[in-house]
Ligand binder design. Structure first.
Ligand SMILES: Cc1cc2nc3c(=O)[nH]c(=O)nc-3n(C[C@H](O)[C@H](O)[C@H](O)COP(=O)(O)O)c2cc1C
Length: 314
């Protein structure tokens, strides 16, 4: 199966390594870099289906994409099939794939029966996919976790339901909701989902290097790997996976990210968003990583932000 390119419905991806959606992190600049370095797919930050129906401007803005992001998936969260069906009908052009969030562990999402709460109700999970499929011509995919409570593995059951309902791909983050982001990723459990479905399976969790990527593919027998935190400030992981060389400096990447954010947000927000990104780049700088993080944490304007970039990333 891995000899032919990975496909989501009829959409062929140029790589088996996909960039994960991360609210507050996978903004336009981060996604541009992921794609530039060779990620097979970029996904929007999670977007409220209700927010789309109410034409909330902030929600709509999360679906803006850069000119090189094709294919691009919009990730929606919802718990009512009818709302989801209407929301997918409102997606703008340029969205190639609809992804449904069944993994978010945040209490404010879970208490509404959305995100990882859907793992407790495989039938509703299937109904949501069926509703999204009926409301859109685009392939519908699902991103989930292993289960809700620790050890209560249900991802195989949920994956079967969503496949039956028409899902074109499923991504599994190898942790339970109860774990949030702590503990080890369970690659054996992801492997069990592989056996449960015929649609492409993407494995996710704690991949930071080419070696981690290869290990994830081998141990889970997945069709692809989604990389989130391990790609922040390290977008070249996507080039490494393709065996491709991209000649860019970290400084160029950081300045490009700032440029993208400036198009969308005022100074205060750009500086705040860049705190995460600059801290991620700092991880690779032995000896000064903590100093960079401390300084960027206190930055309040462009002058301070650019001073840090000039001093540590020239
Ligand atoms: C800050 C943050 C925000 C996230 N936001 C989303 C999101 O909007 N949608 C989603 O499906 N997953 C979200 N995730 C989960 C990631 O997509 C991914 O499943 C998880 O981080 C494990 O993969 P990684 O170890 O490669 O980061 C988020 C994770 C983090 C750390």
């Amino acid at each position: 199966m891995r000899n032919s390119p990975l496909k989501i419905g009829d959409i062929e991806l140029c790589s088996r390594a996909l960039f994960a959606p991360m609210a507050g992190y996978s903004d336009l600049g981060a996604r541009y870099l992921a794609r530039l370095y060779g990620a097979g797919l970029t996904v929007s930050e999670m977007v409220s289906a209700k927010g789309l129906i109410f034409e909330n401007k902030e929600t709509q803005k999360l679906l803006d994409k850069t000119e090189i992001e094709t294919p691009f998936a919009a990730q929606l969260f919802a718990h009512e099939p009818e709302i989801l069906c209407r929301a997918v009908g409102l997606l703008p052009e340029g969205i190639d794939i609809v992804d449904i969030n069944m993994g978010c562990p945040a209490p404010k999402i879970v208490k509404n029966g959305e995100g990882s709460a859907l793992l407790k109700d495989p039938v509703l999970a299937g109904e949501l996919v069926a509703a999204a499929v009926s409301g859109s011509k685009r392939p519908v995919t699902v991103k989930m976790r292993l289960g809700f409570e620790m050890g209560d593995f249900v991802a195989d059951k949920v994956a079967r339901e969503v496949e039956k309902a028409g899902a074109a791909m499923v991504t599994v983050h190898g942790r339970y909701r109860e774990q949030m982001y702590a503990g080890e990723v369970d690659r054996n459990a992801i492997r069990k989902v592989r056996d449960a479905v015929d649609i492409p399976l993407i494995a996710n969790g704690d991949v930071r290097t080419l070696r981690d990527y290869e290990r994830m593919l081998t141990e889970t027998e997945a069709d692809g790997v989604m990389i989130g935190r391990g790609a922040l400030g390290n977008y070249k992981i996507f080039a490494d996976i393709l065996g491709k060389s991209v000649r860019r400096t970290e400084r160029e990447d950081i300045l490009l990210q700032i440029d993208f954010l400036k198009r969308e947000y005022p100074e205060r927000i750009v500086v705040n968003l860049m705190k995460h990104h600059v801290s991620a780049y700092a991880s690779g700088k032995a000896g000064v990583a903590k100093e960079i993080r401390d300084r960027v944490h206190h930055a309040t304007n462009y002058i301070e932000l650019f001073a840090i970039v000039d001093e540590y990333f020239s």
